[in-house]
Design a binder for this molecule. Structure first.
Ligand code: G16
Ligand code: MG
Length: 215
C-alpha cells in the first residue's frame, strides 16, 4: 500500500531549468563559446560538477580542478541570484494542489533532489512545510541513477521502498526510483520516460485517487 510520495524538484515541482540554463550560458559565453537550450537538455537532473564537465566538453575547453571549482561557484552565484528573484507562482501547475491533497489524506511527502539549493527554492515557493523529509544534494554522495536519494527519503519516513511512489522528470531519476524498488510516475515526455509505471504531463493530472493504481 502506498504511504508516501517522493518528489524530484527541478522539472516536477518548479521549472528552475531555465535559470540553470541562463547561468550556464553566461559561464559558457565568459569562457568564449555558445551554449544552446538543446545543449542544456543534457544537464537536466545531473549534478553541478558533472554538468560543468558536460559544458566544457561542448565548448572543447579543459580547466584544472581549481579552475573548475572556481567557475562552478561563479555559476551558482548567478543561479542563486535568479532563484532569489523567482516569483512564487513559478511553482508548476497542480503541484501545490497535489501536495495539499496528499497532506489532507495523510500520505507522507518527501523531496529527492540533486540540487544543493533545494531548501532555498522550497522556501522561496513557500512549500517547505509540506515536506516530512527533505533529501537534497547536500545529503547524498551518489547521483541519480543511483537510488541513494530516494532510499534515504523512504528511510527518513520510516517506510519501505514498496510503500513509496517517486515523481520524476529525468530519465536518470526514473532509473534511480526503479533501482530503489519503488513505483515511479514520469512527469513530462512519455517517450523519454518510457520506463515509468505511469506517465503524466504535469501534477495537475495527479490525485490521491490515482495513487490507488499502485496498490
Ligand atoms: C537539479 C537539476 C540539475 C542541476 C542539479 C544540481 O536536480 O535538474 O540540472 O544540475 O539539480 O543543482 P545545484 O547546482 O543547485 O546543486 P533535480 O534532482 O531537482 O532535478
Ligand atoms: Mg528533475
Amino acid at each position: 500500500k502506498i504511504k508516501a510520495c517522493l518528489f524530484d524538484l527541478d522539472g516536477v515541482l518548479v521549472d528552475t531549468a531555465k535559470y540553470h540554463y541562463l547561468a550556464w550560458k553566461r559561464l559558457a559565453n565568459d569562457l568564449g563559446f555558445d551554449f544552446t537550450e538543446q545543449d542544456n537538455e543534457r544537464l537536466k537532473g545531473v549534478s553541478r560538477m558533472r554538468s560543468l564537465d558536460i559544458l566544457l566538453e561542448i565548448g572543447g575547453k579543459s580547466l584544472t580542478d581549481a579552475e573548475k571549482l572556481d567557475v562552478a561557484t561563479k555559476k551558482n552565484v548567478w543561479y542563486v541570484d535568479f532563484i532569489e528573484k523567482m516569483p512564487k507562482d513559478e511553482i508548476l501547475p497542480g503541484a501545490k494542489e497535489f501536495l495539499e491533497e496528499l497532506r489532507q489524506a495523510g500520505v507522507k511527502i518527501a523531496l529527492g533532489s540533486a540540487s544543493k539549493n533545494a531548501m532555498r527554492i522550497l522556501e522561496r515557493l513557500e512549500i517547505t512545510g509540506y515536506f516530512d523529509a527533505i533529501i537534497d544534494g547536500t545529503k547524498v554522495e551518489k547521483a541519480k541513477p543511483d537510488p541513494e536519494v530516494f532510499l534515504k527519503g523512504a528511510e527518513s519516513l520510516g517506510l519501505s521502498a514498496e510503500e513509496c511512489v517517486v515523481f520524476e522528470d529525468a530519465e536518470a531519476g526514473v532509473e534511480a526510483a526503479i533501482a530503489g524498488g519503488m513505483k515511479v510516475v514520469g512527469v513530462g515526455d512519455p517517450e523519454i520516460l518510457s520506463k515509468a509505471d505511469m506517465n503524466i504531463n504535469s501534477l495537475a493530472e495527479m490525485s490521491v485517487k490515482r495513487l490507488e493504481y499502485f496498490n
